[in-house]
Ligand binder design. Structure first.
Ligand code: FAD
Length: 362
């Protein structure tokens, strides 16, 4: 927004209750070319493993690269750019509420009432309560950056999904993002309805590192954890001049939990729309309704155990080239690619789920 130069005469105030000086998360996503945040990509991979019991495949991700950005690098980079702009100010404060009065949208922060032409909001209102027939799964995970005394990783090859851990709590996989031959992010991840106890994620990580990676000795350098909503219930885009962005703006892909790139696309579209028309929301629907339907269908298949998650992903990766799958998961595929991909999956579970879900999109 700031770099576009279109808003030099507008004042922008960025409010956050934290100063964002902690490395509180790591973002991974795939991209074909250099992206807007290329300068801060921490590591990237063009090859990755997929594993399930009795099946392993080394995936050539080209023309994509799977990229990792550390939260702290992202925050520092953005703060550095923003602090050089005369029209951008920062306020470290908790936001206690938002609404609209005669003067326009406002928020309350640190005892102040701040009004503005627009508020771009990334706070999720209390709890996004999901009402049936919408699905309410969660992607929840815990990850460690570990370091081994001896070389244990190939820094050129990631593990995108390893479904070999027990599936007793729902679709469970580990991903491994090696940064050097001795250092890697290992993340234990589930798609399921309820969270585990803290020790269960840690047990999952410990077992995976010792039993699957065969690593006996290591130091834990950093820890991260998170919960991402996997729901097909629409999020409110805007209300009374308050424009929801980020996860709150419905930018999480319901069937995978990937959010980072969808946020970048929505933000770019908002800025473009504001500059062109003065309205942040004159943006064409970014992706056809069919992608939302596909998300609902996969959530339905998982929620009703029509097929187990590891079977769905194993078949997809076994029978299709990775670039088609990544394009599909980006909501960027052609209908012919989708027909080809979906044809590789068992027809009945998906047909039943497809019929059950179609009413949400008619
Ligand atoms: C640990 C973790 C790892 C993730 N990894 C990936 C990934 O690899 N790939 C991917 O695509 N997605 C990932 N995600 C999902 C998603 O990309 C992130 O959650 C992303 O940060 C969402 O951006 P956001 O702006 O919606 O929310 P946030 O980044 O959470 O920003 C919200 C901001 O609001 C502030 N805030 C909250 N409440 C208040 C309040 N009351 N007053 C003032 N400030 C407040 C917070 O301090 C925070 O800075 C991950 C999420 C987590 C939690």
């Amino acid at each position: 927004m700031v770099l576009s130069g279109d808003f030099k005469d507008q004042s922008i105030l960025l409010i956050d209750q934290e100063d964002k000086s902690r490395n509180d998360r790591t973002w991974c996503f795939w991209e074909k070319n250099d992206g807007f945040f290329e300068n801060i990509v921490h590591h990237s991979w063009s090859r990755a493993w997929f594993h399930d019991h009795g099946f392993s495949k080394l995936l050539d991700l080209s023309p994509y690269r799977y990229k990792m950005i550390r939260g702290i690098d992202f925050y520092s980079y953005c703060k550095e750019i923003l602090s050089r702009q005369d029209n951008v100010s920062f306020l470290k404060s908790r936001i206690d509420g938002m609404g609209r009065s005669g003067e326009g949208p406002y928020l309350s922060a640190g005892g102040l009432k701040i009004t503005s032409r627009f508020i771009f909001n990334s706070l999720i209102a209390e709890k996004h309560v999901v009402i049936p027939p919408y699905h309410d799964l969660l992607q929840h995970f815990k990850g460690w950056i570990i370091e081994t005394p001896e070389p244990a990783f190939d820094a050129g090859v990631a593990t995108l999904m390893d479904f070999r851990p027990s599936q007793k709590h729902g679709a469970t996989f580990v991903y491994v993002m090696p940064l050097t031959d001795r250092r890697a992010l290992v993340e234990y991840t589930l798609f399921s309805k309820s969270l585990l106890q803290d020790e269960e994620y840690e047990d999952g990580l410990r077992h995976y590192i010792s039993d699957t990676l065969g690593i006996g000795s290591y130091a834990i350098l950093e820890k991260e954890s998170g919960v991402i909503p996997m729901t097909d219930q629409p999020f409110k885009k805007a209300e009374a001049g308050i424009v929801n962005i980020g996860t709150a703006g419905g930018n999480t892909k319901a069937s995978t939990g990937y959010t980072f790139q969808f946020i970048q696309k929505q933000t770019a579209a908002i800025v473009h729309s504001l500059a062109k028309s003065g309205d942040p929301l004159k943006i064409p629907e970014r992706s056809a309704k069919r992608f939302k339907w596909f998300d609902s269908v996969l959530l339905n298949v998982l929620a009703h155990h029509r097929m187990e998650g590891h079977d769905v992903f194993r078949i997809l990766f076994k029978k299709n080239d990775p670039s088609s799958i990544l394009r599909f998961l980006d909501n960027d595929s052609s209908v012919s690619t989708e027909v080809r991909l979906l044809n590789t999956l068992p027809i009945w579970p998906f047909l039943k789920a497809g019929v059950q879900e179609i009413h949400k999109y008619l």
